[in-house]
Ligand binder design. Structure first.
Ligand code: GDP
Ligand code: ZN
Length: 320
């Protein structure tokens, strides 16, 4: 994208293209294509179609700014490819856009220290699917696994590879894996999530030793945690690409999740859904359900189907 001149009544304002790398509510830090950085304010009112959000501009947004003196003004926001929402700090039923235009989510898991359940992996994958963010799974701390642990890891990897997710196993404390991590992150805008202690900082530091992350430590999915003011920040990587860092990823929520769309977030169920006898089948107790048949035939794994049913129950129980 290049700078374009736009005519105003008495002046010519030159608009420059950049990306929001930090936001504090009223100020937005924008990095221009020439790598210059400007602190900007909004010019005029911004309304975004569709969702009710508390922040009109988010970290990761592409914007067009003018520079007046030593501050910038944001005039336009580019269309978002995707975005992550969290619950708003103040008003109920409103969302806060944590970040946008994300190429991939790196989900970092450990079989031990801490232990990861399959349900936990599935739920994070569903969240990514709902936000249209490609997910890559890293299993860390493989140095801690014995033979049976490594066998179990291979089975789990196969389970997720089969339904289309890329999986990688590493030890973040072993420099041998540096190139692998770099090639995952290179030239992409990524964020890394996982439980506290899974090794997110250590993994990023393998690739970029000087980056200090606040990271998105996830403890549970109840969504009833405290909502503090949480902002994201986008850091450039020396080898190309960016990392979005925020403690707010632990509060990612899917808004307005309906029972009949949940199965769309399980990629292996998608080709089966149209074969169910009933159009509004939610794949639990209906006769002629192709998803249940898929479970019997091993196309859908029991553990994934159990997660699906668990999430379905929570939708009806949810106060959202
Ligand atoms: P975060 O909370 O996800 O950012 O986790 P950290 O990166 O701070 O790592 C948590 C702890 O696990 C630290 O003590 C790390 O040294 C340790 N750790 C991280 N990766 C590995 C690994 O691959 N193997 C082993 N044995 N320890 C690791
Ligand atoms: Zn069905």
């Amino acid at each position: 994208m290049s700078a374009k001149k736009e005519k105003q009544p008495n002046q010519i304002i030159e608009l420059l293209t950049g990306r929001v790398i930090r936001s504090t509510g009223s100020w937005y830090r924008v990095r221009l294509e020439n790598d210059n950085v400007w602190d900007c304010k909004l010019r005029g009112k911004f309304r975004i179609k569709g969702i009710k959000t508390t922040n009109p501009v988010a970290v990761g947004d592409w914007v067009r700014i003018s520079i007046e003196g030593d501050i910038g003004f944001i005039h336009e926001i580019g269309k978002r490819n995707n975005y992550v929402l969290r619950k708003s700090v103040n008003l109920s039923r409103r969302a806060h856009i944590l970040c946008s235009n994300i190429d991939q989510a790196i989900l970092l898991f450990t079989l031990g220290q801490p232990v990861t359940t399959l349900g936990y992996i599935d739920r994070l994958l569903v969240t990514c699917e709902a936000f249209h963010i490609p997910a890559v799974i890293i299993f860390n701390k493989i140095d801690l696994l014995q033979e049976d642990g490594l066998k179990k890891l291979e089975d789990i990897k196969e389970k997720y590879e089969r339904i289309g997710y890329k999986t990688v196993s590493i030890s973040a404390n072993n420099p041998q894996y540096t190139d692998q991590v770099i090639s995952l992150l290179k030239d992409k805008t990524s964020f890394v999530v996982g439980r506290s202690g899974a090794g997110k900082s250590k993994t990023i530091n393998l690739a970029e030793p000087n980056l200090k992350l606040k990271t998105g430590n996830i403890s549970d999915f109840s969504g009833h945690g405290k909502h503090t003011t949480v902002y994201a920040e986008l850091f450039p990587l020396s080898f190309g690409g960016e990392i979005i860092d925020s403690p707010g990823f632990k509060e990612m929520v899917i808004f307005d999740l309906d029972k009949d769309v949940l199965s769309h977030y399980f990629p292996e169920m998608i080709p089966l859904i149209n074969e169910c006898r009933f159009r509004n089948c939610i794949h639990v107790s209906e006769p002629g359900c192709a998803v249940k048949r898929g479970v019997e035939e091993g196309i859908v794994s029991h553990s994934r189907y159990n997660t699906y049913k668990g999430m379905l129950n929570e939708i009806s129980d949810s106060d959202w």
